[in-house]
Design a protein around this ligand. Sequence first.
Ligand code: SF4
Length: 83
Amino acid sequence: MSDQTERFKENAAGRYYVAKVCIGCSLCAAIAPDNFRENGDMELAVGNSYVYRQPENEAEEGLCVEAMDACPASAIHNNGLSK
Ligand code: SF4
């Protein structure tokens, strides 16, 4: 059983990640397309999204925060460990 913060292994290394509670709504990829992507081949196979690139500038950082705030499943996390 997965907890609220168990992450998909496909997430790019870094502080932002998508956890396995993602419901595959595509919102994050629409908000921050340079950082989130959909992937239908993941473990849960419902078109879940993952972080494919960590934000590299302030604009991307802002969009990642926006995606995190907008996620209906609270699946996007920032562990705050590194840039
Ligand atoms: S916004 Fe949240 S629930 Fe929707 S695809 Fe992205 S991580 Fe998954």
